[in-house]
Ligand binder design. Structure first.
Ligand code: NI
Length: 131
């Protein structure tokens, strides 16, 4: 597994993107709308770090509860796996609770992702490798 990005909740997408740019981050592509999760996503990069800005566009988005608690803040690290199904099973066997079914992520070329929770570590995202 390799770190792919850090997921970062933001309430105001464009204002957040501009603030990241002012710190020297560079946009990777444009905002992508994820209709399934009801969030808009933009990747930005700096110094080899990739940050995923996640901005809900509807009150029933997957992160609407989280954003009330955390405001604008990082909330998950995503790991890319070349053995997606096997590694998902290994994580579950190792104490992670899978909180959704693997589903395509439009902002990452339709590759599948799944979120998991660990009692001591919190939330991670597992991303299917590009193959
Ligand atoms: Ni993510």
């Amino acid at each position: 597994m390799r770190v792919h990005h850090i997921g970062y909740l933001v309430k105001k997408g464009e204002k957040a993107a501009a603030a990241f740019e002012a710190l020297g981050y560079v946009r990777e592509g444009d905002w992508t709308r994820d209709e399934y999760r009801k969030v808009d996503i933009l990747f930005v990069q700096k110094d080899g770090y990739r940050v995923e800005l996640v901005c809900p566009f509807a009150p029933d988005s997957v992160v609407s509860g989280l954003i009330k608690t955390y405001k604008n803040a990082p909330y998950h690290i995503c790991y890319e796996s070349e053995r997606f199904a096997a590694e998902l099973a290994e994580l579950e066997a190792g104490g992670y609770l899978r909180i959704d079914e693997p589903a395509p992520a439009p902002a990452i070329g339709g590759r599948r992702v799944s979120f998991l929770l660990h009692p001591a570590l919190g939330m991670i995202e597992l991303l299917e490798g590009a193959g």
